[in-house]
Design a protein around this ligand. Sequence first.
Ligand code: 26W
Length: 812
Amino acid sequence: MAKTYSKNGIKQEIVGKLRRHFSREVTEANAKQIYLACAMVIRDELVERMMEAQAKIKENEERQVHYLCMEFLIGRSLRNNAFNLGMQEALEGALADLGYEVADIFEVEDDPGLGNGGLGRLAACYMDSMATLGMAGNGYSIRYENGIFRQKIENGAQIEQPDTWLETGAAWQIPAMDDAREVRIGGAVKTRWEDGRLVVEHTDYTPVIAVPYDMPISGYNTENIARLRLWQAKSPIALDMEAFSRGDYLKAVEKVAMAESISKVLYPEDNHLAGQSLRLKQQYFLVSATIQDICAKHKARYGTLQNFAEKNVLHINDTHPALVIPELMRILMDEEGMSWEMAWNNVSQSVAYTNHTVMPEALECWPTDLVQAHMPRVMMIINEINERYCKELWNYYPGDFDRISKLAIVADGQVRMANLAVVGSFSVNGVSELHSGILREKVFSDLFRVYSTKFCNVTNGIALRRWLCEANPELTELIRSKIGNGFITHPSELQVLSNFGSDPKLLRQLKQIKDHNKQRLAAYIAEHNKIEVNLDSIFDVQVKRLHEYKRQMLNILHVMAMYHQIKKNPSAPLVPRTIIFGSKAAPGYAAAKKTIQLIHSIANMVNHDPDVGDKLKVVFIEDYRVSLAELIMPAAELSEQISLAGKEASGTGNMKFMMNGALTIGTMDGANIEICQAVGPENIFIFGMETPEAEALAASGAYCARDYYNANPVLKDVLDHIRRGFGDHVDYNDVVAGLIDGGPGRTDRFMICKDFESYCLAQERVAQMYQRPENWNYMSLINIANSGRFAADRAVAEYAQNIWRVHTNFAY
Ligand code: 26W
């Protein structure tokens, strides 16, 4: 079936696009125009296929999966699409003929940063798998004009700059004006009974038009295309003419600005709820436009919405789109005239919910006043859901007012979105075994007693084609030469690699490939950081959002400990290391920003100290994003996954590193536990408390970080040094105080001081192992060989089979 593309054919198409769209000959075109022309050529192909895929869904009346997420961190598309369509070679040849390096053209594309971190990247990986597995998959999100901010570092501090990605990103999107929907914000609701039916009148609302832009998402070696629909907010009026004629010009533009602000910017908070009203409007905007769209299409096909749940799954990625529950109720009752019971059956049989975090500050609660003000009808429905549900609870917990008020959806003037999501969904899942257990036993323990059959686990996975085949072509080629091509769509076949564990040549080749990838990263660092790193050093990498629970601080304390060791005895042998960080901090998260500053102060001291030489370097890579992750993961040797046990829902970076042959140093947290099971404890460096111990210690209130400071001279020296500062006029007293100066139970919330010693010992084991390359390379091979179960194809196939109940072509 796979179509083949010829170099000359592609070349001609590019030339044609340049002439027709830019009126330029190749010789006159710039790199951006070349990129856009390439994107258009590929897009034509994708659109054709997307139309066919959509027609097929309609014709076969397929059950569809609608994946709703406030974030899709899709990364660049040009290389990904060329690879998936089998067009890469032809494109490379065509561009070479035209005088361009394909890699340079890939670099022209801005990273579409429509997400913060794990949640958004996961959604993007799953779209790839849905397409590849032949599913009728649809993603829905917001077409943020500004994605995640671009990070600049000035004098060691993070500066945020706007991210305007649409200049190159729009090339992949097709506006579908005829599918535009009206979303109504605010206003007043009046109800009355007419012929035994409740009539709802919504007046004085602000209309916002949701205009869809469709991105075709290609799958690997398949005609099937998944569709990502991104909604943009438009005002239906250019000006409020009434205000304009009164001479109130500001008022005249205000309404327009309010409407269009909805899709202006992605909220840069991760695992933290700021609770702003614009964010709530964004959530409702996404939900309302999406549900209206799905219902309209469904009705046009089937003439009724009564079979809605049979034909549609609405998957909500975390609670952010949980307003689908009342919004679908609204449409089914107010617009379709369904009874409450029939509407509720359809809703609660079609919605499935994945939880992605247990951090209490990320569990969404919206003030009822705010929900009432922005979506009055939805608030009425939430109240009704709550009342009926609390009555039901009464049967389980008769007389137990306390418990029922804790479990309520609406209480203390707030709407608790997680409770709404659990009550209104037919499935609730966590994203690793440990996390799903914590949901059952801790976060939702009372709800679990009532709804135990809804709960399940699907451990996360990553797009193997992007993170292995595209990011690491040399390793892919080596694997192919040993075990054939099958692993690309049957990731479990990677397991066969473990048969080569005693093949010294293969192990040497693995190391060579790692070295090449290290060189590529070193060249990037030399150019951007002006730091020459030692290619013989361990590339020790922690890249992820900056958050206290992820404990970048623990890593940096260990760097300080190594530094002190060198200073004490500069001539003692030491396994050299390059510590690499990449991380954005939420703009309002002061502690996270201070950690970035601290990393820079320490880097500045270490990197310029002649006693240190090339034994130790600290590198902070600015503006960490998907395209940089694609460069970094293949070059990493040590993967830092050091969150406090019980806090990281899963982690997915850990999987990307593993698949590229890095060894993990980590706690028994999230998916690290399953990685440890997969490779065996001898092929991973585990340290620190496990979840029960960490939780018991936190709950006891007796944890005293200062005791560890007093007992461990290494930790003491490090913290004392940080307190004294680095002669760069930045005061770090607050950082140290936050760790040890407050008495038991009051400081070091993520128990860094407690795990410090165990972490240093594990790092010692790492250093020793690195001195035995044949062992290290063997461990690396075992990690790659066992990474197949962390492919998104496996995860999506589990969702399809156990939750969505749709067919896929995945073979286990
Ligand atoms: C309301 C603010 C907010 C924004 C984003 C709250 C919570 C989030 C996300 C759910 C945070 C997130 O990205 N969680 C990560 O999800 C990954 C995919 O499942 C997991 O691998 C990570 O462990 C988890 O931190």
